[in-house]
Design a protein around this ligand. Structure first.
Ligand SMILES: Nc1ncnc2c1ncn2[C@@H]1O[C@H](COP(=O)(O)OP(=O)(O)OP(=O)(O)O)[C@@H](O)[C@H]1O
Ligand SMILES: [Mg+2]
Length: 243
């Protein structure tokens, strides 16, 4: 059985600066994993490298459902089933969310009627109707942007979903709503990776594994107790323990 996402010894540099320094990570299908880590440790860079952003020199391996990702251009990676929500979602002026979704679904080989069916089916989970005819992310509040991203994922049903800073800028109710939406996305055909600074969101969704990233690599993986340890002692305590 293939893993949803398998990353082996990933290195990424910009010019002379190495940001990812031998990162390895496995996310099986059916699971939700979380990455936590201090500012600047390379979490967003990992997302950009997996998405295929071109500024990096990359070595190592990354596979989605057993297929090599790193050799493919961004659009092919999306078609292979990789979807990401970025820390700073881009606004796409003049493109309505509904049209954006139809186009993305078409590129992923999802039939138009199926897209409409999924939008209707998602109505209980997301109240996105009023956003469908507005431009993608334009003038949405921070929380609305996050909700919109997860809504898009629920419609496109990726094999791998990665959400960077999933809970930053959200009010208390929105954190719970977003967490519940992610939990609702869990399924045997998807592996989910969330990046967060706060263990708060982990109260509302069941993560199968938590990984701590420091200085460009995963330094520790564990269960919910790892988030509790970080909450209590911060990254310094973990650093001392790992020495
Ligand atoms: N294009 C670039 N050129 C030079 N340095 C970069 C570039 N992109 C990222 N970096 C550096 O790489 C490091 C990792 O950045 P990254 O955004 O991945 O961190 P992060 O873990 O997501 O942090 P945060 O928790 O603050 O979001 C930072 O020191 C950043 O300044
Ligand atoms: Mg970041």
């Amino acid at each position: 059985m293939n893993l949803a996402l398998e990353i082996i010894d990933l290195h990424a540099s910009v010019g002379e600066v190495e940001i990812l320094k031998g990162l390895s990570l496995e996310v099986p299908f059916g699971q939700i994993h979380a990455i936590m880590g201090p500012n600047g440790s390379g979490k967003s860079t990992l997302c950009h490298v997996l998405a295929g952003k071109e500024v990096y020199t990359v070595t190592g391996q990354a596979r989605l459902d057993g297929r090599d990702l790193l050799g493919e251009p961004t659009d092919v990676r999306a078609r292979m089933g990789l979807i990401q929500g970025f820390q700073y979602p881009v606004e796409i002026r003049g493109v309505k969310l509904i049209d954006f979704l139809r186009e993305a679904a078409d590129e992923s080989g999802i039939e138009a009627a199926e897209v409409e069916r999924r939008i209707v089916a998602s109505g209980d989970q997301f109240d996105m109707t009023r956003f469908l005819t507005r431009s993608v992310n334009q003038d949405l509040s921070g929380g609305e942007k996050k909700r919109s991203e997860i809504f898009q994922m629920a419609i496109l049903q990726p094999k791998v979903a990665i959400l960077d800073e999933i809970d930053s800028g959200l009010d208390i109710d929105a954190v719970r709503e977003v967490a519940e939406a992610v939990e609702a996305m869990r399924g045997p055909d998807v592996g989910i990776l969330i990046i967060t600074h706060y263990s708060r969101i982990l109260r509302y969704l069941t993560t199968d594994r938590i990984h701590v990233m420091m200085e460009g690599r995963i330094v520790e993986s564990g269960g919910a107790e790892l988030a509790t340890e970080l909450e209590a002692g911060g990254y310094e305590a973990l650093r001392s323990r790992l020495k």
